[in-house]
Design a protein around this ligand. Structure first.
Ligand SMILES: [Zn+2]
Length: 369
């Protein structure tokens, strides 16, 4: 009996030792893991410090060496001027996030980002948002990502809906704000990129840019994501978004009724420009429509026409003076370039004055109570 007790005590002791050893190893492993995770958390993501001047030095540690190479190759005269420019991006979706990231990597001076939405897991099809950003506003998540890529860019996040009265006012005021570069003429931004997915928002960007005389670019992607279009809009010089409205806008149909069940976006821009499947990219120039329904667009057209007529009058005086007389005995059989140009300008001026009168009448009709 004593023998059995002794054997049992021996085994229990052995078992205790084994368990203790195992636990010791387990605790050791857990401690190492905690230490490892703590050091990782303490270190945080590797962030570079801000760079005061862009350097052209070709070293691996220079974030601008590949971009400044464009200057060395003679492609751009002064690459660092990019830091003077401000770009506003409306809509941080498929197009807006890529545009924002590329401009950030290029070292643009300032980016203004507009969106009213929050990040969802459904947005992970893009190269931009991350799963841990789910629930953040898209503009805040964008600022987080972009500031990690390039801390030199001044980033401004505007979580707002530009199609509301309050949102529109904030949008316009933010474009007008010149605190980044006081001496800049016009508004506080150099370019507005419309990267939205609906016509209502496009018409709002159009309205703001016509009112502010702001150059902007419109973009759109088809539902199946294999074609898209880009349009440059210079108020009064090229067609605005209302000059040649898409059928859905012109007919006043509620675009929300166009959305198909289960399809994520009503991305049905006016003209599909680029077709990725056929690698086909047609381009065309569109003049502003003198019958445009947008009053601010007509005002810009009127202003530009007035300027052109005055410029042409000046040009005619110079041309008349500069026309050289032929040496004695020689005659022109055909009108020379100067005369031909004068005839063309005279004809164009007459048309311009007609257009001017027409625009004035339309503007008065629009402003009439
Ligand atoms: Zn227009």
């Amino acid at each position: 009996m004593l023998q059995i007790k002794g054997i049992l005590a021996f085994y229990i002791k052995q078992l205790k030792n084994v368990l203790l050893d195992r636990n010791k190893n387990k605790w050791k492993l857990i401690r190492l893991r905690v230490e490892n995770l703590t050091s990782l958390a303490m270190a945080g993501p590797t962030r570079r410090t801000k760079v005061k001047d862009m350097s052209a030095e070709v070293v691996d540690s220079n974030p601008y060496s590949r971009l400044m190479a464009l200057q060395r190759m003679g492609i751009v005269e002064n690459y660092e001027r990019i830091r003077d420019f401000s770009v506003a991006i409306v809509g941080i979706g498929g197009v807006g996030s890529v545009a924002a990231e590329m401009l950030t990597r290029c070292g643009i001076g300032r980016l203004l980002l507009y969106d009213y939405d929050t990040v969802e897991l459904a947005n992970m099809n893009r190269l931009f948002f991350r799963p841990e950003q789910v629930g953040m506003t898209k503009t805040d998540a964008a600022v987080q990502t972009l500031s990690e890529i390039n801390p030199d860019v001044v980033l401004e996040s505007f979580t707002l809906n530009i199609t509301t009265v309050q949102g529109f006012e904030t949008f316009v005021a933010s474009l007008e704000n010149k605190s980044f570069r006081q001496e800049k003429e016009g508004t506080g931004v150099d370019l507005v990129l419309s990267c939205v997915d609906n016509y209502e928002a496009r018409m709002v960007v159009n309205q703001a840019c016509n009112e502010l005389n702001q150059t902007w670019m419109e973009s759109g992607v088809s539902e199946d994501a294999v074609s898209g279009h880009i349009q440059l809009l210079i108020p009064g010089e090229t067609a605005c978004f209302a000059c040649a409205p898409p059928l859905v806008v012109a007919s006043g149909v509620d675009e929300r009724t166009l959305k198909r069940e289960g399809v994520c976006a009503a991305s049905l821009p006016t003209t599909m420009g680029y077709n990725a499947l056929k690698d086909f990219f047609p381009t065309m120039a569109m003049k502003p429509n003198p019958q445009c329904s947008n009053g601010a667009c007509l005002e810009r057209q009127l202003f530009n026409l007035g300027h052109r007529v005055v410029d042409d009058c000046d040009a005619n005086v110079i041309n008349t003076q500069s026309s050289d007389a032929l040496p004695e005995g020689l005659v022109h059989e055909l009108p020379n370039a100067d005369v031909y140009e004068q005839q063309q300008q005279q004809q164009w001026k007459e048309e311009s004055v007609d257009d001017l009168e027409d625009l004035k009448r339309q503007l008065e009709a629009l402003n009439a109570p």
